[in-house]
Write a protein that binds this ligand. Structure first.
Ligand SMILES: [Zn+2]
Ligand SMILES: [Zn+2]
Length: 211
């Protein structure tokens, strides 16, 4: 599996285009503004067709490009139901948006839950619910590729902010301990912002949530 980290949008936010050229299949994790212009050419280069868009949570910086991806690729969207209102009525986030930032609503086709298993890219992806930064935060764990996509729950040397609506510091800590720190230490963590890290590295050195 190739992991293409594609930062995009005004913040910027990491989208991850996961391609498996042997199968001609790809998955996109998160969709900041303008992501299709970056993902489209890579799909062609790797000879892959996009099979789905998976959203880690409903914050606008991860969803602003989602409607365009659906229009261009016609793929189903998967996410957690706790963020349904944010996906369908992004105007709810208006107080958090800078001037001139517009967010299109996105229709979610598949609601994933804690413990959901999804067949993709030749393996079985394990979905975990990691609320605390956002009520509908998910992490996607690929056991064979030894990779987890953590959204804004866990960053390299940091954790997601918990002062936004739906945020809860204690809950986030519990989510990280029970749904991310329980993965093998060698697992690469691909966060929603900033560079990658590993589970072992964060358990040892993350100043916010110790292993
Ligand atoms: Zn967020
Ligand atoms: Zn974010």
């Amino acid at each position: 599996m190739n992991v293409h980290c594609l930062p995009a949008g005004p913040i910027p936010t990491n989208a991850y285009l996961l391609t498996e050229p042997a199968l001609g299949q790809a998955i996109l994790v998160d969709a900041p503004l303008g992501i299709w212009a970056k993902a489209g050419p890579l799909l062609k280069r790797d000879g892959c067709t996009l099979a789905g868009l998976w959203l880690t949570h409903g914050h606008w910086d991860h969803t602003q490009g989602a409607a365009e991806v659906v229009r261009q690729a016609g793929v189903p969207v998967s996410a957690h139901r706790a963020d349904q209102a944010l996906y369908e009525t992004p105007e709810l986030m208006r107080p958090l948006l800078g001037p001139g930032i517009v967010v299109e609503a996105v229709k979610v086709d598949h609601w994933l839950a804690d413990g959901s298993k999804v067949a993709a890219l030749g393996e079985t992806v394990e979905v975990g619910h990691v609320p605390g930064h956002c009520a509908g935060s998910l992490r996607f764990y690929f056991p064979r590729a030894q990779a987890v996509f953590s959204g804004d729950a866990l960053f390299r040397g940091s954790v997601g902010r918990t002062d936004l609506p739906g945020g809860d510091r204690g809950l986030l800590e519990r989510s990280i301990r029970t749904r991310i720190y329980t993965l093998p230490d060698a697992t690469t963590v691909y966060p929603g912002h900033g560079g990658p890290t590993t589970v072992g590295e964060e358990k040892e050195n993350n100043p916010y949530v110790r292993g």
